[in-house]
Design a protein around this ligand. Sequence first.
Ligand SMILES: Nc1ncnc2c1ncn2[C@@H]1O[C@H](COP(=O)(O)OP(=O)(O)OP(=O)(O)O)[C@@H](O)[C@H]1O
Ligand SMILES: [Mg+2]
Length: 490
Amino acid sequence: MRTLFAKLSIALITIVVLMGTAFFVVDRVNTRVYYEELTQQLNAPIAMYVTGQRDLITAGTPDLDSLADLANHAMVINPTAEIYLLDTEGNILGHGLPPDSVVHDKVDLRPIRSLIDGSATMPIRGDDPRGSSRKVFSAFEVRTGNQLEGYLYVVLGGQKYEELANDIGSSYVGRANFYIAIVIVVLTAVVGLLVFGLLTKRLKNLSSEMQRVGASGFKSQPNLALPDSGGDEIDQLTRSFVTMSDQIQSQIEQLQENDRLRRELVSNISHDLRTPLSAVQGYLETLIIRGNTLSDEERSRYLNIARKHITRLGVLIGDLFELSKLDSASVTPNLEAFSLPELVQDVAQEFQLEAENKGITVVIDAAEDLAFTLGDIGLIQRVLENLMRNAIRFTPDGGTVTLSIRDRQQNIAVSVSDTGSGIPDKEIPRIFDRFYRAVSGEETKSDSSGLGLAIVKRILDLHDSSITVESKLEHGTRFEFELPIYEEAA
Ligand SMILES: Nc1ncnc2c1ncn2[C@@H]1O[C@H](COP(=O)(O)OP(=O)(O)OP(=O)(O)O)[C@@H](O)[C@H]1O
Ligand SMILES: [Mg+2]
């Protein structure tokens, strides 16, 4: 009883049985009304005919013998007819029936008048002096000359009819209609149950397929037949399920990939933290154990190396901290208008000494009259520093690093290019990954962590901007990004 099919079936059978019963009842009522109308139409002239035969009331006195005589006559014509003679108030003056069987001595004149003046449509029912039900009748005025003396009232379908009507169950039409109703009910129920069975079978398939895919942890694809487009609600449901399970599947894969990256990150971090730490530890232990036997020169060399590692650790922790800050959802760049050429100038200044030491020339190539750009000046400075540091690191002595600023309609583009080692094509997609160091940087691996470009990418993401790389091995590399021009509010 818990399945949809069972519920639908019960609903259907209930509806069909109710409709069958309604059909049967309506049919019986209609048959009766039809019969009454027919009877009244056919027998309307009876009263007139009977009245025309004799003077039933003479000067207010009813002629009961003639009435009894006429009643017998009328009953020969129509055995269900019962004849009454009424005065002008509707009081019964006489009738041709056994005296005990008549229980009322007055009938309502209103239906009689509307039948006579034809103001109501048939069937018109009037009082039955022999009982409480209302019956169709025929009636006619009884007059002497122009004087209205009373009415002749003929109840049609009297007790005789009643007996016949109660027997209608056994009549041909009554029985036929009963069987027809039953056949219709059964046929409708059978067809309905078949249709419901087919429809719910598809739902059942869908639900068991959903369970199967769910139980497999969305690893297996749903195996469901679908029309290419359109279809009914069940098809739409199926389609939504297929789309949803695809989405869930790819989200699960994404989560697994994220998990893998996170693990890799943690192992990279631990490795990068441990290397300088154990170096520092080694030098400190040497100093403690053999401090006395070392020359001043050696001692200060060891201490300097230890300091270098500690500095590197500081930088690494600083970078990690910065990245995690930039990753947190709450960070929004503090946008303001600033002059890119000025910022580029400052950054170039910062690296001047380092570049000179390596014999590298730093060139600034800025277009004239550039508009202000919109960005977080502190973060953009960080981007330029990271790119500049890479450029200097990967460029050999005598090379050139060029910082150029160009106008690009809505934006201003900044590029940092060098004449250094270049990056192999297959490495390019990965250099923005955290902790990723390309092969070309092998020799410098010990003092770099591979976070610089990850920070650059994250900062530009926050500015809704992106960075592009062009690189040719042994020729050089060029990074470029754009920032929007600041437009003063009108
Ligand atoms: N200008 C460049 N020329 C050649 N290779 C580059 C250049 N810039 C980046 N790379 C390559 O991309 C890798 C990733 O750069 P990234 O700045 O993220 O890390 P890193 O410089 O190695 O370390 P960090 O910047 O954290 O000290 C570098 O290791 C290097 O192999
Ligand atoms: Mg770097």
